[in-house]
Design a protein around this ligand. Structure first.
Ligand SMILES: Cc1ncc(COP(=O)(O)O)c(C=O)c1O
Length: 381
């Protein structure tokens, strides 16, 4: 079995949320066609120069086309081309908060937010969640007690729990955000894959609070494109975000952004999303066959969240899986609090090279789970 990325020691790596089929022939052909198109522009010299600012008119127009299913009509001048969602997230934290200020997030959340907050010296306030994600009443309480400035949400196929918010939940959270003057960062990498999610919070033009929307291409197309689209809400200043981006990354890799734009303009990007969606549906069906029924997933999601029995030792489980060449992610990585609120693992289904490799890996995991070591308590005296 080929390694899914880099030179990791595991033979099937289900620890990283990457799209499936990155090594497939149709994907490689699509990349080649994109590079060929971009190569034709090399003679003009522009492509390999500095591109500081929000992005070229052509790239911002492609972004608007990509964003239309999520947000409807977006002004080209509201869009900033960023080198990935992680960079956009850091830029927003820098632009909208001061060191020491707080960010409210679900108690289990995307580890990149935790890393950014730690490095930038902002605190994260954990907010309780249920099967739909963040609870509005828990956010209300957190606002009263801790006064966060930012609210970070992944409302569709949340990473890691796979929770997707109903339209009502989105509205209720917006109402709390408005009441407490919060700025919202809506990080939405999975909306197109889900295919059935309620409109993003940023699609509500009358939200009453600023909602910054981030749509990365990392999960629907490829992380190596390092292209994400940030939508700055109408009426909010662009300069602080651009200043922060300039300080962090100066600019995205223009050749990759140009490939992404070409894919979107030609319709290839949208075709690829459909292909990935179908593949993920089949992979999720395989996962449902091998994993216990308590596993949580969206039918077209990239990952599965598997709560473990409280007495099962997740570290020994992860170690046993590693010894069998299987990479999985521990719930600790996602937890705002110490200790984490529960015992669970996240399984990413895109990392296996094909469905056979995935089935083999999950069968192995199933076997390890059935023999899994329970935490032993020494006699208490
Ligand atoms: C919620 C969320 N945001 C951002 C990212 C990273 O995106 P990018 O590769 O564009 O930095 C991920 C990747 O797992 C994610 O799940």
């Amino acid at each position: 079995i080929a390694l899914s990325a880099g030179n990791r020691s595991t033979s099937v790596d289900l620890s990283m949320n990457i799209p499936p089929l990155l090594g497939s022939a149709p994907f490689a052909q699509g990349m080649e066609a994109g590079f060929q198109h971009v190569g034709q522009q090399l003679g003009q010299g522009e492509l390999m120069s500095y591109h500081v600012g929000a992005g070229t008119r052509e790239d911002r127009a492609a972004a608007v086309q990509w964003l239309a299913p999520m947000l409807g009509t977006v002004g080209t001048d509201q869009v900033v081309i960023c080198p990935g969602a992680q960079t956009a997230l850091c830029a927003l934290i820098l632009a909208r908060t001061q060191p020491g200020e707080l960010i409210a997030a679900e108690q289990l959340t995307y580890p990149g937010l935790l890393a950014a907050a730690r490095v930038l010296q902002r605190g994260v306030v954990p907010v309780a969640m249920d099967a739909e994600g963040m609870l509005p009443e828990a956010l209300e309480e957190a606002c009263q007690l801790r006064r966060p400035r930012l609210l970070y949400l992944v409302p569709t196929i949340q990473n890691p729990t796979t929770a997707t918010m109903s339209a009502q939940r989105r509205q209720a959270l917006l109402a709390v955000a408005k009441r407490h003057d919060l700025t919202v960062i809506e990080d939405d990498p999975y909306w197109l894959l889900a295919g059935d999610a309620a409109p993003p919070l940023a699609a509500h033009r009358d939200a009453g609070c600023p909602v910054y929307y981030i749509s990365t291409l990392s999960k629907c197309l490829a992380p190596g494109l390092r292209t994400a689209y940030l939508v700055v809400p109408a009426g909010e200043p662009m300069e602080p975000v651009l200043d922060a981006l300039r300080a962090i990354a100066l600019m995205p890799t223009q050749s990759m952004v140009a490939v992404a734009s070409q894919w979107i303009r030609s319709g290839q990007a949208q075709d690829m999303v459909q292909r990935f969606q179908q593949e993920l549906r089949e992979r999720q069906a395989i996962a449902a066959r091998y994993l216990p029924t308590r596993a949580q997933a969206h039918p077209a999601g990239l990952h599965v969240w598997l709560p473990l029995p409280p007495r099962l030792d997740q570290y020994r489980l992860i170690q046993a899986a590693q010894e069998q060449g299987l990479g999985i992610a521990s719930s600790d990585a996602f937890s705002v609090e110490e200790p984490p609120p529960g015992n669970a693992i996240r399984l990413s289904l895109g990392g296996a090279v094909d469905q056979g490799a995935l089935a083999g890996a999950l069968a192995k995991l199933n076997e390890i789970l059935s023999e899994a070591p329970e935490a032993r308590h020494n006699a208490i005296v």
